[in-house]
Structure formats: structure tokens, C-alpha cells
Design a protein around this ligand. Sequence first.
Ligand SMILES: Cc1cc2nc3c(=O)[nH]c(=O)nc-3n(C[C@H](O)[C@H](O)[C@H](O)COP(=O)(O)OP(=O)(O)OC[C@H]3O[C@@H](n4cnc5c(N)ncnc54)[C@H](O)[C@@H]3O)c2cc1C
Length: 365
Amino acid sequence: MKTDVLIVGAGPAGSACAYELSKRGVGNILIERKAKPGTPVQCAEFIPVNINQYIDLTDKPEAVCQNVEYMEVDTEKENYKFDGRGYILNREIFDYYIAMLAAGKGTELITNTFAQTVIENENKLIARDKISNNIIEINYKYLVIAAGAKNFIDFSAQKRNARYICNEVYIHGIQIKTKLLKRLNSAMIYFRNYIPYGYGWVFPKLDFANVGIGIEQNSHNDINLRQSFALFLSEMKQKGIIGGEVISKTSGLIPISALNETVCGNIAYCGDAAGLTHPITGAGNLSAVISGTLLGEFIYESLKTGSNLLADYKEELFSIFHKPLLKAKTKRNNFYIKKYEQLSPEELDNIVRQSWPSFAGYHAI
Ligand SMILES: Cc1cc2nc3c(=O)[nH]c(=O)nc-3n(C[C@H](O)[C@H](O)[C@H](O)COP(=O)(O)OP(=O)(O)OC[C@H]3O[C@@H](n4cnc5c(N)ncnc54)[C@H](O)[C@@H]3O)c2cc1C
């Protein structure tokens, strides 16, 4: 097979890129290892209202489960309320919707297909059909890696390069969907000393909620993720926020190493694969859509002008994301001041007020 642009990964980043290209008449193939883009969901599903500047969700109301007006940050010592307008998505619908927008404009979406190896000097990707086990070879002019937090794609030996391994540090997230005892109109964030270098969340979905924790696995930290999660669930039950029933479970990695190398020759990264998740909040849905859209624009211009403009994509991405991501990465250092489980509620409260973006202290130099 042959295409102008080959995109690996039909998450929000890859599908947004495909959509942008197809809208502009550029031929592209989008390959996805899952049977259906968006399923299963590995996300707490919050997205700020600004998403509508890129993908108008009023055209697809089913993609939104509920609106949230506030974000509440609970440090155990105090409970702070911030304006945090956004949506709790139905991500399986959201992801599928963007992929279908792209397909509707001409993207060739190939599901159940795993991108295995890139042979760069031949501009070729080797993929495997997961159903038949057949090998598919696709030649491209530009290759987009939108494969999410952890990239398992093998690059050919000649050019294997550390630059391709974008994300090095992760928060490990674990989440259940369960019943809420009372509906909420805020996204709830919990900092506890038993959730080290991360936080817990309760994100409401009408009568249900995504309830999870994320913990950075690092040398400071020997706390067991599942034990911490059990403590968190027990606290949420004791507080009368959730019931006991587990409707579904998920887990996943959230990269926190921040923006990395994003372009090499005619290969470019976007979304989590480019390290665009916020190192403190772990938010990456909006930046995935922004970066995918941007990359689509630059590849279109490159093909139109006949000159590779990916260096300009890299510069633009840098100008949007570098400062905030670097700041958040630096702010993470506040977390390591003392062994986390030994923090008093006052110390933890102080750290949160310096580290979480909604607080004025976060923005102090
Ligand atoms: C537990 C958890 C909770 C989160 N909560 C939030 C939240 O509330 N709000 C928020 O903004 N962000 C959240 N995030 C982060 C958010 O999910 C990501 O930032 C977002 O999904 C990034 O989109 P993406 O398109 O870059 O990657 P992904 O959504 O990961 O999409 C990548 C796609 O590539 C496919 N793929 C991977 N490898 C291959 C391959 N070799 N071949 C073919 N296909 C491949 C995958 O199947 C996947 O469909 C959370 C993450 C986790 C783990």
C-alpha cells in the first residue's frame, strides 16, 4: 500500500491529524491496533470546554456525559473550589467520533492493525493484521506517530535512536467506574499522603463516576498502587461519595517527562507520544487534539509546497507547550521535598498550593 501520510494510532491526536489532512484533501491512512477507536476507555474523561474550538461537541452531544462547573481540590486539611468548566466525556464515543469525522472526509481507517516496524530509509512501515496475522507494508511520504504514552514501534536498526523513546517517566493510573451516592457537578481531586507523587480523582458521570488514583513509580516510592487505591476507595465510601459496586476497571500510563523530541526527518509525533500530558495534572486530551490538528496543517503545507516544514511544526509545538510543561515538570520537584507518606496534612496542603495549577502559588516564580 502507498499513501501520502500514514498515521499510527486513532486516539484523539491521530484522528485529529487525519481529520485535518482529509479536510484539506490530503490522502492518508490511519491505522489502529484496537478493533474500534476509543474502546476500551483508559481515561478519567475530563476535557476543558475549549475543545469546542477544535472539535465542536455541540454537533455530537452523546460524546459528553455531563458538564462540570468546578474543580474541587481536597488536601485533607482544606477543600478548595475553582472554576473548572469542562466536560466529562464518553470517550469511547468522542474518540470514535473524531475517527469517523476523518473517515467521512476520506481517511482510510484500518483497525485491528498493529504497527510493528518502521524502515526509515525505505519510508515504509510494517504492520500486522491482528485477525489474520498477515503482514501489511505501507509506504508513506510522512509518518505520524500518535500511538499514545508508550511507543512499542520498532525503528530500523540503521537509525535506531534514543530520540524516539519520548516518554521516560510515568504516572501509573488505576480507575474504576462505580455508582455515586449523590450526583456531583464538580471534578473532585484528592491529595493524600497515601497517594504519593500523584492524586486521586472522582469525576462524575451522572449517577456514576470514574474513581481513580495515579502514582509516579520512582526511586522515592515503594508504595503499592493497589493498596493505595484500596485506601482511596475506602475513604470515598466512608465519606458517602460512592457505593461499593465496581462496574468496570481500567488502568494506564500517563507520561510526565514533558515535551520531548517531536520530529525526525519526515516522521513527527503528536499527543501523548510527543510527551504533551501535563506533568502535574496528567491532562492530555486537549493537547492531543491541538497537536494532531497542528501537525495535519504542517504536513498539508509541506506536501503543497514540496518542502518539509516539520521543523516549523516542532517550533510551533514548542512555543505552545514548552513553557507550561517545563514549569509543571519543575513544580513536580515540590513533591520530593520529604518522603511522601511522612507528610503532615499542613505540609501536604502547602505542597499542593505550590504545585497544582489552579493555585496562585503555582504561578509564582
Ligand atoms: C487513567 C488515566 C486517566 C486519564 N484521565 C485524563 C483526563 O481526565 N483528562 C485528560 O485530559 N487526560 C487524561 N488522561 C490522559 C489522556 O488519556 C491522554 O493524554 C490522551 O488519551 C492522549 O491521546 P493520544 O491520541 O495521544 O493517545 P491515546 O489516546 O493513547 O491513543 C493512541 C492510540 O494509538 C493506538 N496504538 C498504540 N500503539 C499502536 C501501534 N503500534 N499500532 C497501532 N495502533 C497503536 C492505541 O490503541 C490508541 O488507540 C488520562 C490517562 C490515564 C491513563
